[in-house]
Design a protein around this ligand. Structure first.
Ligand code: GLP
Length: 263
């Protein structure tokens, strides 16, 4: 796992966007896993800008989002489909049929979960999976005690998640109680993971997930098992990490990061 500390949320998002843009230029038919949440808004804004100003093309890219609320109409302003369309898909040249989300209105969630897993496989697997982290350590909507080998399925959300995600819904009781999400095992199957966490509110869970024991109580801790996982945090989110001097040293000295450093 590589942990990169950036001064602020802008710099952290910029680095995440640079990594994605670089991979997409190297492999125009990239299979990209996407995440939602406030943290990602800056990344999508920067990718849309890179598309517009520096000809970054998504024309051959395929995307798979981590999760979707259950029971919200697709065009609901708070569905993750609407989030993705408005923040990224409508602003770049990706064919909308290349953008995949689990169907939160499926008649049969077992069948829908299996369909989603098969679609990922048929696309050749996910090359690069973008991830945020919930305050309870969830990745996607893998709430605490999600099996570390879980696959796409329906999950009940925790009261903490309902509270944190309440903003655009007006109140926690308006947030859908359930979601359909890639499993921890599905995420670990992607060839590379890229996690982004910013803000002091994430410091405690970031330290637990990255430096604590691997446990189903903190789904993101499973990323310690991933052979190629990059985590980008800003200073406030990094504030409880023990290994900061080492992480900084790696970023400053390893040749692979040279092009991303502000010299
Ligand atoms: C939601 C999403 C997660 C995301 C998390 C963090 O719950 N399902 O994929 O990582 O929010 O969101 P934020 O960036 O708003 O803190």
């Amino acid at each position: 796992m590589e942990i990169i500390i950036q001064p602020d949320p802008e710099a952290a998002a910029r680095l995440a966007a640079h990594i994605i843009a670089k991979r997409l230029r190297e492999k125009p038919d990239l299979v990209l896993g996407l995440a939602t949440g406030n943290t990602m808004e800056k990344v999508y804004g920067m990718l849309a800008e890179t598309h517009e100003k520096q000809n970054l093309s998504f024309a051959r890219c395929t995307t798979f989002n981590l999760d979707e609320y259950i029971g919200l109409p697709e065009n609901d302003p708070n569905s993750y489909r609407t989030y993705m369309n408005t923040r990224l898909f409508d602003k770049v040249d990706i064919p909308i049929e290349n953008t995949h989300m689990p169907n939160g209105n499926a008649a049969d969630f077992r069948a829908e979960s299996e369909r989603y897993e098969q679609a990922i496989l048929a696309a050749g697997g996910i090359d690069l999976q973008l991830l945020g982290i919930g305050r309870d350590g969830h990745i996607g909507f893998n709430e605490p005690m999600s099996a570390l080998r879980s696959r796409t399925r329906e999950k009940a959300l925790t009261p903490e998640t309902l509270l944190h995600n309440a903003g655009p819904f007006g109140a926690p009781e308006n947030v859908p109680r359930r979601a359909i999400t890639m499993g921890v095992g599905t995420i670990l199957d992607s060839r590379r993971c890229l996690m982004l966490a910013t803000g002091a509110g994430k410091a405690a869970i970031v330290a637990k997930a990255l430096e604590g024991p691997i446990t189903a109580m903190v789904s993101a801790s499973a990323l310690q098992l991933h052979p190629h996982c990059t985590v980008i945090v800003d200073e406030p989110a990094a504030s409880k990490l023990q290994g900061k001097p080492y992480y900084r040293w790696i970023f400053e000295h390893e040749p692979e990061w040279k092009e991303f450093r502000v010299e």
